[in-house]
Design a protein around this ligand. Sequence first.
Ligand SMILES: Nc1ncnc2c1ncn2[C@@H]1O[C@H](COP(=O)(O)OP(=O)(O)OP(=O)(O)O)[C@@H](O)[C@H]1O
Length: 294
Amino acid sequence: MPTQPVIEVEHLNVKYGDFHAVKDLSFHVGRGELYALLGTNGAGKTSTLEAVEGHRPATSGTVRVFGSDPRDRRGVRPRTGIMLQESGFSPDLTVRESVRLIGRLSRRTDSVDRLLGVVDLTRKAGTKVSQLSGGEKRRLDFATAVYGTPELVFLDEPTTGLDIQSRDALWEAVDRLREDGSTVVLTTHYLEEAQQRADRIGLMHQGVFHREGTVSELTRTLPATVRFSLAPSAPALPLPAVPQGDGSFLVETTGLQDDLRALLNWAHDHGAELRDLQAGPTRLDDVFRAIGSE
Ligand SMILES: Nc1ncnc2c1ncn2[C@@H]1O[C@H](COP(=O)(O)OP(=O)(O)OP(=O)(O)O)[C@@H](O)[C@H]1O
């Protein structure tokens, strides 16, 4: 028997006065999934997340989390960790006090020292929140969201402002959470992070899902691409290529292997160098660009 989804959103609408921010949105997130909600600026991701987190009532439609209304503080909140885009810590508390306080409110148990180690804030344990850098505050936010390994974790732009080491550490911690069975809902503008990690993606634009599915479902509707640069004196190419204005060319193809072979043979025969050659399936960035042109 299939297990009940952790999140069930049916015909969600969110309106701000006359402005219709989320329009009849429906989606499910299954237990243990990493679901990424992506989209253009102002697409309605935060409005959707707020409704699912129980921070904003839906104008209409239903949202169920663990089968309950997400505003049900007793049933849903202890099972859920939330990392918002902006932290709401008290500036006068220390890092350790903040983790302890939020941990106590969650009613879950965990080791504060372990968590501070995970986010590399052990040396800052006694520092007041007001004295943390932006990246350190994000890491503290993450630590409090994952306190006690919640069954469901919302990560709203978790890596914004983090350096590469901190990002790697955060994603390692997310991997551990998932090994422990947690379900993760993510929003990010770093598409490569979603492309690498999400089981499924909901791609929003102007309040609706433009596309929804696995990364390969989203990208396989668009052709693969080959990019390269050539010396201006190079002979005519063997296939249609669009000059990009900076000396580079773009080939869009549904037969990547054959076209790449033709291009490499042509370069070999003419002694031409294909500089900065890149070939591969469509990336999520390309799907995003396609939204604007459809
Ligand atoms: N409190 C509000 N009052 C009026 N309009 C709002 C309010 N909050 C959001 N909006 C509008 O609703 C739309 C969706 O906003 P939302 O923050 O959900 O988008 P988003 O996808 O999270 O955007 P971004 O990627 O830019 O953070 C935007 O056009 C925004 O201006």
